[in-house]
Design a protein around this ligand. Structure first.
Ligand code: ATP
Length: 319
């Protein structure tokens, strides 16, 4: 490849900018021309494509969101939309594309790969729901935001001997709840991957309060129920009225942690090197601190395994 482009797609996540920066700077370092596509696949169809230089990605490594913006684009689901996107790249001589996004975005990259554009997918989502990478770009930051919020809740809860239900993001993947729950000593973690009877949670809570516990945090991934609903079930069972906090889109904002910036930088550079090698249709990740490339088909057809060991540990330590 001589000329590549980069885009961000799907939901934004912290560290996408660091990934864009790494792709652009690494491509220039290797003597490639590099372009940015604005607003994901929508920009590809609209031909919203501009050349990038070293300075175009200055002062963004620390910023949340994505300077390239992102979009959900229905037209790109059609073969005509995909062809238009590929044609717009080709008429500029662009034969490689780095897509930073979630599994939907990966499928789009796969389609372009079949149309002869070499593509690499980078896992940009806070949910950590992509397999064949230990972590996705943005997950570490989202977890630290949740942990920080729970620290603040704990201060006020301990003073008042209260309990809190905290609802976090994660429709299909409970990793934000799991990692934030383990890191903040949550008494219960409700995730879509594990069946848990809220009555048992409520009974354990009242037991723990009887034995001198002064506060309790229940973490709920949105895929396991709403915070309000879980709190109502707890109250109906044991009479305790937890306060409900829904963290929402706060989890997607703010400066990326150093872990996310480093992950994004390594994966962005790896994507460029894989394209130079002539590889295509791969999703990139970091497994046991090693860079790995996996066929996008395999990645989008595999469910990320849930870390039951960590879950059990969190439960053992939160009596
Ligand atoms: P998130 O995990 O944050 O939701 P995502 O990348 O999974 O991110 P989607 O909205 O599913 O978000 O996908 C982003 C875009 O990718 C879609 O708007 C669409 O343009 C494109 N896309 C999704 N699925 C496909 C597909 N099967 N074929 C072609 N393009 C697709």
């Amino acid at each position: 490849v001589k000329s590549i482009a980069v885009l961000t797609s799907g939901g934004d996540s912290q560290g996408m900018n660091a990934a864009v920066r790494a792709v652009v700077r690494s491509a220039l370092y290797h003597g490639l021309e590099v372009f940015a596509v604005q607003r994901g696949y929508q920009g590809l169809i609209n031909d919203d494509i501009r050349p990038m230089d070293l300075r175009s990605v200055g002062d963004i490594i620390q910023r949340g969101g994505t300077i390239l913006q992102t979009a959900r684009c229905k037209e790109f689901l059609t073969p005509e939309g995909q062809q238009k996107g590929a044609d717009n790249l080709r008429k500029r001589g662009i034969d490689g594309l780095v897509v930073i996004g979630g599994d939907g975005s990966y499928q789009g990259a796969n389609k372009l790969s079949k149309l002869g554009i070499r593509t690499m997918g980078l896992p940009g989502t806070i949910d950590n729901d992509i397999p064949f990478t230990d972590f996705t770009i943005g997950f570490d930051t989202a977890v630290s935001i949740v942990v920080d919020a729970i620290n603040k809740l704990r201060d006020t809860m301990t003073s008042h001997e209260r309990s809190s239900v905290v609802e976090v993001m994660g429709r299909h993947c409970g990793d934000i709840a799991l990692y934030a729950g383990l890191a903040s000593g949550a008494e219960a973690i409700l995730v879509p991957e594990v069946e848990l009877d809220v009555h048992d949670v409520a009974d354990r809570m009242s037991d723990n309060f009887r034995h001198g516990k002064r506060h309790s945090i229940i973490l709920v991934a949105e895929g396991a129920g709403t915070g309000e609903d879980i709190a109502a079930q707890i109250t109906a069972r044991n009479g305790i009225e937890p306060r409900v906090t829904v963290l929402g889109h706060i989890q997607r904002g703010g400066a990326p942690t150093h872990n996310d910036r480093i992950l994004a930088s390594r994966l962005g550079d790896f994507a460029v090197r894989k394209l130079i090698e002539g590889d295509s249709g791969k999703a990139l990740g970091l497994v046991n601190n090693e860079l790995v490339a996996t066929d996008i088909n395999t990645v989008v057809n595999t469910k990320k395994p849930f870390n039951m060991n960590l879950y059990d540990l969190a439960m053992r330590l939160s009596q």
